[in-house]
Design a protein around this ligand. Structure first.
Ligand SMILES: Cc1ncc(C[n+]2csc(CCOP(=O)(O)OP(=O)(O)O)c2C)c(N)n1
Ligand SMILES: [Mg+2]
Length: 374
């Protein structure tokens, strides 16, 4: 049978499956591991003073981390999950937030808390095991540390819905680990966020490991950022050891948060152990860690600043002394803290329900807790 060319094309079109969607994920890096800047990506809202500020926050976070590990080893602090190596992801993102925005971290974003204004004393207090340390989060528009993996994401979406409903103009920034992206809560949160169009920015702090599970066993998806596509909004992958890239991606995502959520996958690396209860030498090689040490966020920013004569050894010594002083004073003060058993019952509800009041009275009357005795 003879068919005209036109008819042939039509038949082919009809029998072929039509592509109904195609997505893509971009990758952003501004400062590479040698401290070199890609000017084509550099936004005008990042200048050298901001980069110095980033460096200082990252350094303070690393110093506090290291102190906390040593306190834990001496039995003066509880189990602690360090942020070693992940400082750029935390500092770059938190610095992009406006004061009224709300921070919803998990258990590892110590740097984000510092940028938001959590006093060092409260940080020390919390990791000594006192809930009171988290009472300060209210004043800095943050929720307390959250350990049940990925549950914070739904809290974040709920909070963002509240901001939209009450027209506060605030956005919500929340974090999850790479392991957390395998939880149902992660998908539920993304779906709600996309459907409700709430002002939330999700950051996946992809540190390559979920305790001893590597990212290669977590998913066969080639990026975690692409998981946003199914929820109807954009995902972007950034170099999570580049605070400038993280800052830019977060800044831009917050700018458009009133119209759409964004998922940012920050590629970073957990240089230390999962927590002080973990021994990573049992499941990963030293060669892998050495590879990532080359991409250390602090090292690259210091290299950049020194090349521009904006930093030197004297400034470094000065900064380290100031950090130590701040940290040591906070440790000392936190060790003077006297537990009031009543505190255990506070900070749970905005008002105290009768049932909780009864429990509080029973606990106090039982004498089980001695006032001021920790
Ligand atoms: C719901 C739940 N399951 C298991 C745990 C135990 N747990 C704590 S952290 C963690 C791994 C989290 O890995 P990831 O999300 O990558 O975050 P990272 O610790 O690497 O920052 C697990 C399984 C938990 N806290 N909550
Ligand atoms: Mg992880």
């Amino acid at each position: 049978m003879y068919l005209t060319k036109k008819l042939q094309v039509k038949i082919i079109e009809d029998i072929m499956l039509k592509k109904v969607y195609e997505g893509s994920v971009n990758y952003l890096q501004i400062m590479d591991e040698n401290g070199l800047i890609d000017n084509s990506q550099m936004p005008n809202y990042i200048d050298d003073s901001k980069i110095i500020e980033m460096y200082k926050w990252m350094s303070l976070t690393r110093a506090a981390d290291s102190k906390m590990i040593s306190l834990q080893r001496q039995g003066r602090a509880v189990t602690y999950g360090p942020s070693l190596g992940e400082e750029a992801t935390q500092i770059g993102s938190a610095m992009a937030m406006a004061k009224k925005d709300i921070l919803v971290p998990n258990f590892r974003q110590h740097g984000s808390y510092f940028v938001r204004g959590l006093p060092m004393y409260d940080f020390m207090l919390y990791w000594k095991g006192y809930e009171d340390g988290m009472a300060a989060t209210k004043a800095i528009n943050a929720t307390p540390y959250i350990v049940p993996v990925a549950t914070q994401l739904l809290h974040a979406v709920g909070l963002a819905f509240g901001q939209k409903y009450l027209k506060t103009g605030a956005n919500v920034l929340t974090y999850v680990g790479d392991g957390g992206t395998s939880e149902g809560n992660f998908y539920e949160a993304l779906n709600f966020a996309g459907e409700l169009k709430v002002p939330v920015v999700f950051i996946i702090e992809n540190n390559q490991w979920a305790i001893s599970t590597p990212i290669s066993k977590q998913t066969t998806a080639s990026t975690l950022a692409q998981k946003a596509i199914a929820a109807g909004f954009q995902g972007i992958q950034v170099d999570g050891n580049d605070p400038l890239a993280v800052f830019k991606a977060t800044h831009d995502a917050l700018e458009k948060a009133k119209e759409t959520p964004t998922l940012i996958e920050a590629i970073t690396y957990r240089l230390g152990f999962h927590t002080t209860s973990d021994d990573p030498t049992k499941y990963r090689t030293e060669a892998e860690v050495d590879e990532w040490l080359k991409r250390d966020p602090l090292k690259r920013v210091r290299t950049y600043l020194e090349k521009k004569a904006l930093w030197n050894d004297a400034k470094q010594v000065d900064m380290e002394a100031n950090n130590s002083k701040l940290i040591n004073e906070a440790v000392e003060k936190s060790e003077q803290f006297k537990l009031d058993p009543k505190n255990v019952f506070e900070h749970i509800y905005s008002f105290m329900p009768d049932t909780l009041k009864d429990e509080e009275n029973a606990a106090i009357n039982s004498g089980f807790w001695q006032q001021g005795n920790d």
